[in-house]
Design a protein around this ligand. Structure first.
Ligand code: GDD
Ligand code: MN
Length: 380
């Protein structure tokens, strides 16, 4: 039927032939190990959004605590609750992207699944987009009336503030809280931004702003960031590194894939590790060939570990598959090293430049290692 959205409350007495109609707004909730928070969150949404036409989409990355079971249990009782289960992948931003792409509503809202985002602010965010013509409405901790009380400690407050300062310089619009994970947005605009998103790490809103095809109309709505009541934060040092990688990716304007940049940086660290082991071996009086062999091995193992937990964090290998991956990585890098030496030698013979020959060899090796590793080991 061609009825306007929002005229029928989903599930309540809709005519049988029409079936259940799409909600006016989809609330996307990324969640990992939030089992205990699912029920309170849905209850809070029901109260805060009473009289509105909404649905909630939980996107769970196969949490060990069985978050998806709590979602499905509620979904059986309440047609407004949906769940997406992703297996073998991790990531807040990519979870939000998939949730938003599964929505047919005109407006999407994104909020955390741990009750830190104040649901009583949600109605204003939704109205700003659905009714008042804004493209994006952002829940902000840094406009009058907002507060960042919920940040766990002083260290995180300092980090968050300096991150915001850095990011503001790159933004196309003035925003007091570009790091917020609480916002509402026109779904069609979000969908347009998706092909340009980095999709890594925690900062999906920032990603959207840095990728928006045109300057969006933005409203900021203050809210108080509550302390976490149950469960624990998933933000750690590696997430911060992913944040830096995303900014780097934006600076490169997507010319170089962010994974390749990460892989190459890890490779540079590997060279330092190799040199450190070599000089330690020299200090111990070991001969050069043994020292260099040990240095290479230690560097390759370190690189594997760093790539597994950083570059390919979203499809990290564990257990038996990790050991298999390590074996493959050593084999691939050995071929890379042979190619490196071969190419460098050939160039060195033909024109004699040390630097040029070495750089070309290294470039061939890193491209080879990256291309083969990302097809055979980490299938992202
Ligand atoms: N599906 C999925 N996959 N969800 C995840 C993952 C993941 O890998 N990592 C975290 N989440 C979910 C959490 O379960 C939670 O619902 C939400 O994303 C936020 O994660 P927290 O671990 O609670 O993050 P935080 O409280 O430290 O940081 C949040 O607040 C900041 C301030 O507003 C995030 O929303 C940040 O983006 C935000 O800047
Ligand atoms: Mn949180």
């Amino acid at each position: 039927s061609g009825a306007r959205p929002g005229t029928v409350t989903a599930g309540a007495g809709a005519p049988e032939a029409a079936g259940r109609r799409v909600a006016a707004v989809s609330i996307i909730v990324p969640c990992y190990n939030e089992r205990v928070n699912v029920r309170p969150l849905v209850a809070a949404l029901s109260a805060a959004l009473a009289g509105r036409d909404w649905e909630v989409i939980f996107v769970d990355d196969n949490s060990p605590d069985g978050t998806i079971d709590a979602v499905r249990e509620l979904a059986e009782q309440d047609g407004r609750v949906r769940g997406i289960l992703r297996v073998g992948r991790r990531g807040l931003s990519s979870a939000v992207i998939e949730g938003a792409l599964s929505s047919s509503a005109r407006v999407i809202a994104v909020m955390d699944g741990d009750m830190q985002h104040d649901e009583s602010c949600l109605g204003r965010l939704i109205d700003a987009v659905a009714r008042d013509g804004y493209d994006i409405a952002v829940g902000s901790r840094h406009v009058a009336g907002g507060d960042n009380a919920g940040l766990a400690n002083r260290w995180r407050t300092v980090l968050s503030d300096s991150g915001i300062r850095l990011v503001r310089m790159m933004l196309p619009v003035r925003l007091s809280d570009p790091m917020s994970g609480f916002f509402a947005m026109r779904r069609d605009l979000f969908a347009q931004a998706v092909p340009h998103l980095s999709g890594t790490g925690f900062k999906i809103l920032l990603d959207v702003f840095l990728s928006a095809p045109r300057r969006p109309r933005v409203l900021e709505v203050p809210f108080v960031f509550r302390p976490r009541a149950a469960g624990e934060s998933k933000l750690d040092v590696l997430v911060l590194l992913q944040f830096l990688a995303m900014m780097l990716d934006k600076l490169c304007r997507g010319f170089l894939p962010v994974r390749f940049v990460g892989f190459a940086l890890v490779g540079l660290v590997g060279i330092l590790v190799n040199l450190a082991v070599l000089s330690a071996a020299r200090g111990l009086g070991v001969d050069f060939a043994t020292g260099q062999g040990a240095g290479t091995l230690v560097a390759m193992v370190t690189n594997f570990w760093m790539n597994n937990s950083l570059t390919y964090r979203d499809c990290r290998l564990r257990g038996g598959r990790m050991w298999l991956g390590l074996g493959l990585f050593l084999a691939i890098c050995s071929v890379g090293a042979v190619a490196d030496i071969g190419i460098a030698r050939a160039i060195f013979r033909s024109d004699g430049g040390w630097g040029q020959a070495g750089a070309a060899g290294a470039a061939i090796a890193v491209v080879w290692n990256y291309a083969v590793s990302s097809t055979l080991i980490w299938r992202a």
